[in-house]
Design a protein around this ligand. Structure first.
Ligand code: R5P
Length: 311
């Protein structure tokens, strides 16, 4: 079963192929001079793409990768259907349809935070993307999706997986936290799982987002005096949430504060900003970033195994 990718997701796809003991295939993926994307299944890989189910690893972030993901899925789909018709007259132009078997593994699902109509007239972007993408594949595996509810009612096989097990292992090995904090109610399930795996204390904060760059936490007494604390979230973008939570922890006597997340977006100089507030930042490689040292491939593999049993 080949694991394939374009340029986006290549590192994750290569590790996934290694874990699964499968071949990795790099699909052609480049840009035209005007910036439009071009994808192609290389001629020499057509047989392998048709021989077994295929796993495409691709992020839907940034925007250009949404389109790239759709184009890659369609290219794979045409090859598997046997539609090889082409103007150059390359043979064969038509082969037998080999049927279902395209799995999309998404390390970072872009637009996941636009999961509700917060204000009238808005679009639920996360749902729109799922509607489009699901028509080009037979199942999806999504890593640490911000809010699973956005996919409710979608008549399509999706496995939701999490890297919290690997994050807990990393924190236990390198940080040794006494206390895990969820910086908002949305991250409680994930962060409490990490606390349980490590076997340490846990609490959460209540957060109000004022705008994309400003958040407020409701003050709360936390028993963190002289403790090493790790704040665990699904993603870090501007770093605002983590910095504010870290400040609150330090005011209450925490001796060390670390931040951990699955998706390290680290926008607008977040890494330097975080360096002034926390002692360490740990993330998976769902997005490539300098702190992405936890592999997200094991989590994706767990979902792929489950998905293969039902599709
Ligand atoms: C939102 O609820 C998410 O779970 C994260 O807490 C948030 O996206 C982090 O964003 P930032 O780093 O910009 O505060």
């Amino acid at each position: 079963m080949p694991v394939v990718s374009g340029s986006n997701g290549q590192n994750v796809a290569e590790s996934l192929a290694e874990i699964m003991k499968m071949d990795y295939i790099r699909l052609e993926d480049r840009k035209f001079p005007d910036g439009e994307g071009y994808v192609r299944v290389p001629s020499e890989e057509i047989d392998r793409i048709r021989s077994e189910p295929v796993i495409l690893v691709s992020n839907t972030y940034p925007d250009s990768n949404i389109l790239k993901t759709i184009l890659l899925l369609k290219a794979i789909g045409d090859v598997r259907k046997g539609d090889l018709s082409n103007l150059k007259g390359e043979e064969p132009q038509k082969l037998q349809d080999v049927g279902k078997g395209i799995i999309l593994a998404i390390p970072y699902y872009g637009y996941s935070r636009q999961d509700k109509r917060f204000s009238k007239g808005e679009v639920i972007s996360a749902r729109v993307i799922a509607n489009v993408i699901s028509s080009f594949c037979d199942g999806m595996v999504i890593l640490d999706l911000h809010e699973k509810k956005v996919m409710e009612g979608l008549d399509f096989p999706i496995m939701f997986v999490s890297s919290m097990t690997e994050i807990a292992e990393k924190l236990q090995k390198e940080v040794g936290p006494d206390f895990i904090l969820s910086p908002d109610k949305g991250a409680i399930d994930r962060a409490s799982k990490v606390a349980k795996l490590i076997g340490c204390e846990f609490s959460y904060l209540e957060k109000k987002r004022i705008d994309a760059h400003t958040i407020e936490h409701t003050p709360k007494d936390l028993d963190v005096s002289d403790k090493i604390v790790a704040i665990v979230d699904d993603m870090i973008s501007t770093g605002g949430t983590i910095c504010r939570a870290s400040d609150a922890l330090r005011r209450q006597g925490a001796v060390e504060v670390h931040a951990a997340c699955t998706h390290g977006l680290f926008t607008g100089g977040a890494i330097s900003k975080l360096a002034n507030h926390v002692d360490g930042v740990h993330s998976t490689n769902s997005l490539s970033n300098p702190r992405g040292l936890v592999s997200c491939a094991p989590a994706l593999y767990r979902g792929i195994k489950q998905l293969l049993e039902i599709i």
